[in-house]
Design a protein around this ligand. Structure first.
Ligand code: ZN
Length: 317
């Protein structure tokens, strides 16, 4: 049986028909993340129906629906929490009721990075491992953990999810999330432009005229010898390395999988993380490998099927 999977990203919604760890057919929609969630769900349902039709399948060939969402999910509730300005109205939607009414199918929903980790665990970089940390570095810093072969959830289904908001500079001021010196405030796309402008060498840097301050620009200008970009990149690498190390200390994984936009430069990011672990890991002679995610945009779709079939998540029949 097939799973109808959707991954709600910031710029696109990825859609797939997934069976046995493989995406049998795929499609994508513009995210339209500023539009109401109810409207986007209907667009997703129509796109799935069209995908089924072009692949000579019907809803009767499907066992359920898997939704990867940029929110916090709660296995005890059919609702999500924390809209963060995306897909307004999502917090008011009963996804299980919607799926039953619109498609006649049960639904599984989870935070998007957790879905991606389940995908990497099923068919990607973490295959065969029982203890894995995944971090997504880019727009923010996301984290998800599989511990002893199960998705780590915690009392409120938030375990590890907010690791990117942990304090790494305790004398820093409170940031956007309210926490003091949080890692995401010190090294993510969300605050990169502000961090750049605060530097005394910004005005003389090519960054000042670059039009946008994102990691693609930072990596490119750093490679050209721009000192401001090099300093910002170095700070980001140090912050990410501390987050990786904190995750290794907390969760004792066999493997750390890194995803997100900055992994387009794996030759710079991965060695910096491993070197930090080599130099600073307290009382632990083991070296934890740090690798790049393997499945890219497919991970969360494949993870959706894994979530559904292993009954590990907030599934509402
Ligand atoms: Zn934060």
């Amino acid at each position: 049986m097939m799973i109808l999977a959707a991954d709600f990203g910031g710029t696109t919604i990825k859609l797939g028909l997934v069976r046995a760890g493989r995406i049998r057919a795929r499609n994508r929609l513009d995210a339209g993340a500023n539009r109401p969630m109810a409207e986007r769900l209907e667009a997703v349902a129509c796109a799935w129906e069209s995908l089924l039709k072009t692949n000579d399948c019907t809803l009767q060939n499907c066992a359920g629906v898997a939704l990867s969402l940029p929110f916090l999910a709660d296995p005890k509730l059919p609702h999500v929490r924390g809209e963060f300005g995306k897909f307004p109205g999502a917090g008011d939607i009963d996804f299980a009721a919607w799926s039953r009414a619109r498609l006649g199918l049960p639904v599984a929903l989870e935070n998007d990075l957790r879905m991606a980790l389940l995908g990497e665990w099923t068919a990607g970089a973490a295959r065969g491992k029982s203890d894995v940390v995944m971090l997504a570095l880019g727009t923010g810093i996301g984290c998800a953990v599989i511990s002893s072969g199960r998705l780590l959830r915690g009392a409120n289904n938030r375990a590890a999810t907010l690791l990117g908001h942990s304090t790494i500079a305790h004398k820093h001021s409170a940031g956007r999330c309210g926490n003091i010196g949080c890692a995401e405030d010190l090294a993510s796309t969300a605050t990169l432009a502000k961090l750049a402008r605060e530097r005394s060498d910004f005005a003389g840097s090519q960054l000042a005229g670059a039009g946008k301050t994102d990691y693609e620009t930072i990596f490119a200008l750093a490679a050209q010898g721009d000192e401001c970009a090099q300093a910002l990149l170095q700070q980001s690498l140090e912050v990410w390395a501390v987050v990786v190390q904190n995750a290794v200390i907390a969760f004792d994984p066999e493997l750390v999988v890194l995803g997100g936009g900055v992994l387009r430069s794996p030759d710079i990011v991965l060695p910096a993380m491993e070197e930090h672990l080599r130099q600073h890991m307290p009382s632990l002679p083991l070296q934890t490998p740090v690798v790049a995610a393997a499945l890219g945009d497919d991970a969360a779709l494949i993870g959706g099927e894994a979530l559904f079939s292993q009954n590990q998540a907030s599934t509402f029949a």
